[in-house]
Design a protein. Structure first.
Length: 197
């Protein structure tokens, strides 16, 4: 690990887990950015803007650190699906995803001293099998979908809904680890295991 402090500008337990698994040392500082899509904004642009705004928000407060932020957007049939507001919204999202292919865009941004150093959107494509109304109701009743874009988690029970993933699974979880590690290395942050070898 370099002497530069790394901050993850996200409270996502999945992003925390992925970074820890990659051997990175970091602190967590949440951004105060509200996720609001602009009219006509497509999924990659929306995800990228959100990631950059989150990174900048924290970077201004922690100017000596490298700040990593990310945002995940799900798009199906031209509709952008964020985190469901409630159980009814989660059921509606899962019904839309059932039997269909959708796109998952996770954008990441790295900021330092109040400026974006690097940012990029990464795309995966996910195909769901056909889901029954009972399956959807049972999954939503368990509460798992409510904090996840598109109302499912690939790392939990939601994995059983998936027929095929084109692209990285960790990107669907919320962080394209390979791309993020390469970008962090370009800005002086290396994973502890990589630095030790």
């Amino acid at each position: 690990m370099s002497h530069t402090e790394l901050i993850l500008a996200s409270a996502s337990p999945r992003r925390k887990m992925l970074l820890e698994a990659a051997g990175l040392d970091f602190d967590i500082v949440e951004s105060g950015i509200e996720e609001v899509r602009r009219e006509g904004e497509n999924a990659p642009d929306f995800a990228l803007r959100m990631a950059e705004e989150k990174a900048l928000d924290v970077s201004v407060r922690c100017p000596d650190a490298i700040v990593l932020a990310a945002d995940t957007i799900v798009e199906c049939n031209g509709q952008i699906l964020g985190k469901p507001a409630d159980s009814a919204a989660a059921c509606a999202m899962l019904t839309m995803l059932s039997g269909n292919m959708h796109t998952v865009v996770t954008a990441f941004a790295i900021a330092r001293a109040g400026a974006i150093a690097e940012s990029s959107p990464v795309t995966s494509r996910v195909t769901f099998r056909k889901l029954s109304a009972d399956e959807i109701a049972a999954y939503v009743a368990g509460g798992d979908p409510l904090d996840k874009a598109g109302a499912y988690g690939i790392q939990s029970i939601g994995a059983g809904f998936i027929e095929r993933v084109e692209g990285a699974r960790d990107n669907v979880m919320g962080l394209p680890v390979r791309e993020v590690l390469a970008a962090l290395q370009r800005h002086g942050v290396a994973a502890a295991r990589a630095a030790a070898s």
